[in-house]
Each structure stands twice: as structure tokens, then as C-alpha cells.
Design a protein around this ligand. Structure first.
Ligand SMILES: *[C@@H]1O[C@H](CO)[C@@H](O)[C@H](O)[C@H]1NC(C)=O
Ligand SMILES: *[C@@H]1O[C@H](CO)[C@@H](O)[C@H](O)[C@H]1NC(C)=O
Ligand SMILES: *[C@@H]1O[C@H](CO)[C@@H](O)[C@H](O)[C@H]1NC(C)=O
Length: 384
């Protein structure tokens, strides 16, 4: 009995002595606390966003802050997509999800032209969002783009400036890291070797390239009292609208790729055609139609491989709402928002709507604007 008692006391002491290890544990705990903000962000964003792939989740836990900006970029991309497709039968509204991840939409798993656009614009959106976040100091692992660029660079707004009155300065948006993160985040979804993955990877790249080809020059003036003796300029990523417009043009001229005729090698060939080759455009060249087909540089074109449905009827499986109830433009004869097109020949109803606007605004000294509210009655045409 006594022996047992001593044994117990001994065990007790051993436990107490063992607590020296606790110091080590404490410092671990402290480190844990320092990480707890990241862990919190990680848990909040990574766990609540639906439809992230395994690779995306890993990236999210590793770089939660950047992922938050990537998700913002996705959001802005979807908004821009909605703007660009306003009057279309498919108007991109199905990509706007409360979970902030448009990739849960099954449209994006298809080979349609619309999906090609969506891949490109989301990829561009992440690129823009991350490159801006880097330069505004909101991310730990990237900052300003430190490269000094060649003066002769053909940047859109630089054209009006002569080379002598400005120099590089300020914080350029970190295009390099933006593109890298966009690639890590979206391309990691496309691990499969099938045509869908290849086309998606291609269109993701077209989106990133659209950003890098539209980088802008932003400048600030220096000199006595606002005189602009010297300008310092930095590279800024383009507005979403610029990218939206660019990609919408690419959407109109997107190229359908023949699935059966598209082995592994051939797509790579399409992508690898160097622009260099296009430079001797003026040289008379001999070609057979077949050769020419493969020489065409498709690296900046949106590619798709599946004919789009009409988007007229609702298709819950594709998250397509159909066009019933959409308001159309009676005076338009255009290919998209006209009633004939949007209503798919079903016709439309006229519905009386009351529109309320502020009107007869007066400036009251100083400084207020007083308006009245006016309401107008309008006849809206709504697709049957
Ligand atoms: C897009 O279409 C949906 C349903 O088809 C509609 O509810 C929504 O208002 C449309 N959005 C715009 C911006 O026209
Ligand atoms: C994430 O952002 C928070 C708040 O801005 C910051 O304290 C933390 O260090 C950042 N972590 C990383 C890994 O960038
Ligand atoms: C309807 O179409 C006409 C002609 O294309 C255009 O001028 C007008 O702005 C459109 N209206 C709306 C509300 O989009």
C-alpha cells in the first residue's frame, strides 16, 4: 500500500518536472497567437467560399490575404461581365453568386464562347486586383513593381508625352505578381489533360495578357505651384472597363476549335506560334491552306469548342434562367437587346411602369442642391 503511495507521488513529481517543457509550448502558443489573424482570415475565407478546388484551398490557407483580393477580383470581373452582356440573352447574372465564387456555376465547365469570356475576364480580374493590392501595400509578400521600364515603352497614355519630360517614379502596380497569383489560383484547377482544361488554360492566359497589354501610365506633376516641370510616372493596371471592352471584342471574334481535330500537339502548336512570324506579313508567302491554318497565331484569341445553346429557355442544370420576363428594347434592331432577339420570337407584353427620378434641381447658396421628385409613366416591353 505504502509502496503504491510512493509510486504515485513519484509519478506526480515526474509530471511536475515534465512541465519544464511547457515553456517551449508557451512560445509555440505565442507564435500561434501571432498567426491567429491569418488563421482567422484563412478560416473565414477559405472555409466559407464554396467550390474551391483542393489546390485553391491549399493556396488560400498559405496566402489568405492575397486570396481575399483574388476573390474581390473575381467579384469585380463578374460585375464587368454583367455590364458587357447587359442586353444579351445570357447576361452573366448567373455567375453572380452569394458565395463569391462564380466557378460553382456549371456554365464554366462547358466549352461555350460565353464560358471562354468568363474564364478570361475572371483571370484578368484576379490579375488586376492582386497587382493593385501589392502596390498599395496590403500584402506582405509583394510590393511595388520594382522593375525600371524602358522609356520607349508604348503605353497608351504615354503617347502624348515626349520622352524627356517624365521619368519613372512612384509605385508601379505589380503586374508580375498579379499574373503569377492569377495563374496559381485559376490554372491550378485545370490539371486534367482534356480539351476543356487546355482551352480554359488558354483563355485564362488571354485574360492575363489583356491586362499586361493594356497597362497604363499614370503620372504626377512636380514643380513650383503646380507647374509641370517634371512628371514622374508609374505603371498602373487598366480599369476593369478597358479589359471588359477588350475581351468583349475578343468574344465577338472568338474561334471555335474543332474538337476532333485537336490532339494534344496541335493545341500546343497553336499556342506556341511566335508573333515574330507575323512580322513578315508583307512578304509574299507560299502556303497551302492546311499549312496556313496551323500558322495562324491564336495566342490572343478566345477559343471555345462547344456551340452555345440559345439561352432562350430556362435550364436549371446550366443555371440558365431563360429570357421570359426580361425587358427588351423595342426601338433597337441590334443583334442583342432587340425584342425580336431577346424574346426568341415569343413576343412581348407591354407593362406600365412608374419611374421615379429627382428633377428640377436647384443650386442653393451655399452649398446645397435641392431637387423635386418626379415620376414618369413608361411602357416597358417584357418578353413573354
Ligand atoms: C439578367 O437576366 C436576369 C434573368 O434572366 C434578370 O433577372 C436580370 O435583371 C438581368 N440583368 C440585367 C442587368 O439586365
Ligand atoms: C494579412 O493582413 C493582416 C492585416 O492587414 C496583416 O496583419 C498580416 O500580417 C497579413 N498577413 C500576410 C501573410 O500577409
Ligand atoms: C434602345 O435602342 C435604341 C436604338 O438602338 C437606343 O438608341 C436606345 O438607347 C436603347 N434604349 C435602351 C434603354 O437601351
Amino acid at each position: 500500500m505504502v509502496v503504491y503511495f510512493y509510486a504515485l507521488v513519484l509519478v506526480f513529481f515526474v509530471i511536475i518536472l515534465g512541465s519544464g517543457e511547457l515553456d517551449a509550448k508557451n512560445s509555440k502558443l505565442a507564435r500561434h497567437k501571432a498567426l491567429s489573424y491569418d488563421a482567422y482570415v484563412a478560416t473565414k475565407t477559405c472555409r466559407t467560399v464554396p467550390g474551391l478546388s483542393k489546390a485553391q484551398l491549399e493556396l488560400c490557407y498559405r496566402l489568405p490575404n492575397a486570396t481575399v483580393f483574388a476573390l474581390q477580383g473575381l467579384n469585380q470581373a463578374v460585375k464587368e461581365c454583367q455590364h458587357q452582356f447587359q442586353g444579351h440573352r445570357w447576361n452573366c447574372s448567373s455567375l453572380q453568386t452569394r458565395g463569391r465564387n462564380p466557378y460553382i456555376n456549371s456554365m464554366l465547365q462547358r466549352g461555350y464562347r460565353e464560358a471562354a469570356f468568363a474564364h478570361a475576364i475572371t483571370s484578368a480580374g484576379i490579375t488586376i486586383s492582386i497587382s493593385r493590392a501589392c502596390s498599395s501595400g496590403q500584402l506582405n509578400n509583394c510590393g511595388c513593381d520594382s522593375k525600371t521600364y524602358k522609356m520607349k515603352e508604348t503605353l497608351s497614355s504615354a503617347n502624348s508625352l515626349s520622352k524627356t519630360d517624365w521619368k519613372w517614379g512612384g509605385c508601379s502596380h505589380n503586374l508580375h505578381y498579379g499574373m503569377k497569383f492569377s495563374k496559381m489560383f485559376l490554372d491550378s484547377r485545370e490539371w486534367s489533360e482534356d480539351i476543356q482544361s487546355k482551352i480554359n488554360l488558354h483563355n485564362n492566359k488571354v485574360g492575363r495578357m489583356a491586362v499586361s497589354n493594356n497597362m497604363q501610365l499614370k503620372c504626377t506633376c512636380h514643380g513650383v505651384s503646380g507647374s509641370c516641370e517634371l512628371k514622374t510616372c508609374w505603371r498602373a493596371s487598366p480599369d476593369f472597363r478597358v479589359i471588359g471592352n477588350t475581351l468583349k471584342e475578343k468574344f465577338q471574334t472568338a474561334i471555335m476549335v474543332d474538337q476532333t481535330n485537336l490532339g494534344k500537339k496541335k493545341l500546343r502548336k497553336f499556342n506556341m506560334v511566335k508573333q515574330r512570324k507575323r512580322k513578315n506579313k508583307n512578304k509574299p508567302k507560299q502556303w497551302t491552306p492546311r499549312k496556313n491554318k496551323h500558322k495562324r497565331d491564336l495566342s490572343h484569341d478566345l477559343l471555345y469548342y462547344e456551340k452555345s445553346p440559345s439561352f432562350c429557355e430556362s435550364d436549371p442544370f446550366l443555371d440558365v434562367p431563360g429570357t421570359t420576363g426580361r425587358s427588351c428594347n423595342r426601338s433597337s434592331t441590334g443583334p442583342d437587346d432587340s425584342c425580336a432577339n431577346l424574346c426568341c420570337g415569343r413576343g412581348y407584353n407591354l407593362v406600365k411602369m412608374r419611374r421615379v427620378e429627382s428633377c428640377r434641381c436647384k443650386f442653393v447658396w451655399c452649398c446645397r442642391v435641392d431637387c423635386e421628385t418626379c415620376s414618369y409613366e413608361e411602357w416597358i416591353s417584357v418578353c413573354k
